[in-house]
Design a protein around this ligand. Structure first.
Ligand code: SAH
Ligand code: SF4
Length: 363
């Protein structure tokens, strides 16, 4: 698969910026000026960086170097306050990023929705690839196939572009990041982890405010457990056994539930940390009471919680959304067995912004 070409300064870490400064005959501290401007200050163009000498800026620009923030092609505003952004990268490729004021829908907070400026906290859902290769049968992103990986700069750029568009002051306002947009982050592991480090060291997000979701790329789950700085882990479980999981998530042929659950059990959790298991409920496929009891057995021995998501429907998806009472029943069976389980409120369904609906819809 083609990698994205380096299209700007966004995505470079302090060592790489130092090498760049050196190449242009600039002192070392220029790297820090650039780093401060790009990440914590979230500047969008070299001209806006007042600390740099003009001839250095001209030299960079004459070679086509810019900061490289993605541009906002379109915004889609949901009645619940959610905004879906269509962002264009330097090569014209587009991805989606979702802004969700007042939490990510569900277990925390009072469940109220916020208008444009009265939110207390918000979540940004970022993409890690253009499309996705994993081919889960209930997900609209899968229908795109995978076009390419995003670079670390393109992942960080989604966050800075949205923060700038919403005028967010991270000192005062609380924002979480979820790597749950288009793509499988663990199939773009190096650039994903680099984006995490830049968000932590540069933009100013604690890793504890980030969550990455994987469809179950087992070797990368193991690698991820060894990272000194890492987001929280969510695993898209979605099925009570191998037969159902293979039917709806072909990736299960490569890494089955035994391998996946072993990685989950052995995952080194921090103090008070839990693994989140996501479970998309598909009517009549994986939402039966007997299947809830199978899930209980499956996750036994993992410090975890389960997030239940009733299917967000879409064209070309051959499954139906279960009735509300079946969702509640499934939740109750988990909770009664001692497993914390939450029902996620869908966000932005009316604008194709909800889980599994990101397919670059343009109207
Ligand atoms: N590729 C990663 C992260 C992005 S998907 C992963 O699959 O984990 C984020 C979540 O949305 C996953 O838990 C996935 O199971 C869920 N999802 C996908 N399609 C959905 C749909 N149509 N309705 C509800 N949830 C869906
Ligand atoms: Fe890819 Fe996640 Fe969609 Fe599966 S659910 S196709 S892994 S984006």
């Amino acid at each position: 698969m083609p990698e994205s070409r380096q299209n700007g300064l966004l995505g470079l870490d302090i060592q790489e910026l130092s090498q760049l400064a050196l190449r242009y005959g600039q002192p070392e501290y220029r790297a820090h000026q650039l780093f401060d401007a790009i990440y914590p200050q979230r500047q969008g163009s070299l001209d806006a960086i007042s600390t740099l000498p003009r001839q250095f800026v001209s030299a960079l620009k004459s070679e086509g170097v810019e900061i490289g923030l993605p541009t906002i092609e379109k915004r889609f505003q949901s009645t619940d306050g959610t905004i879906r952004y269509l962002l264009a990268m330097a090569d014209g490729e587009t991805v989606e990023t979702v802004w969700m004021p007042e939490g990510d829908g569900g277990e925390a907070g009072d469940g109220s929705e916020a208008g444009d400026n009265d939110w207390q906290r918000a979540t940004i859902c970022v993409s890690s690839q253009v499309g996705c290769a994993v081919n889960c049968q209930f997900c609209l992103t899968a229908l795109l196939g995978v076009k390419r990986n995003l670079s670390a700069g393109e992942i960080v750029g989604q966050v800075t572009a949205v923060l700038n568009d919403r005028n967010v002051d991270l000192e005062r306002q609380r924002v979480n990041i979820v790597f749950m947009g288009m793509g499988e982050p663990f199939l773009n592991y190096g650039q994903f982890m680099k984006s995490v480090r830049l968000l932590v060291e540069g933009v100013g997000f604690p890793a504890s405010r980030m969550t990455v979701s994987t469809s179950g790329i087992v070797p990368r789950i193991v690698d991820f457990g060894g990272e000194p700085v890492r987001p929280k882990l969510a695993i898209s479980l979605n099925a009570p056994n191998d037969a159902v999981r293979t039917q709806i998530m072909p990736i299960n042929r490569k890494w089955n539930l035994e391998l996946l659950m072993q990685a989950a059990r052995e995952f080194p959790l921090r103090n008070r940390e839990r693994i989140t298991f996501e479970y998309v409920l598909l009517n009549g496929v994986n939402d039966q009471p007997s299947q809830a009891r199978e899930v209980v057995e499956l996750v036994r021995g993992v410090r975890c919680k389960v997030n239940l998501i009733a299917l967000n429907p879409g064209p070309g998806i051959g499954f139906a959304t279960p009735a509300e009472e079946n969702v509640r029943k499934f939740q109750t069976l988990l909770v009664e067995a001692g497993i914390p389980a939450f029902v996620r409120k869908p966000r932005g369904r009316d604008i194709y912004a909800a889980c599994g609906q990101l397919k670059r819809t343009v109207a």
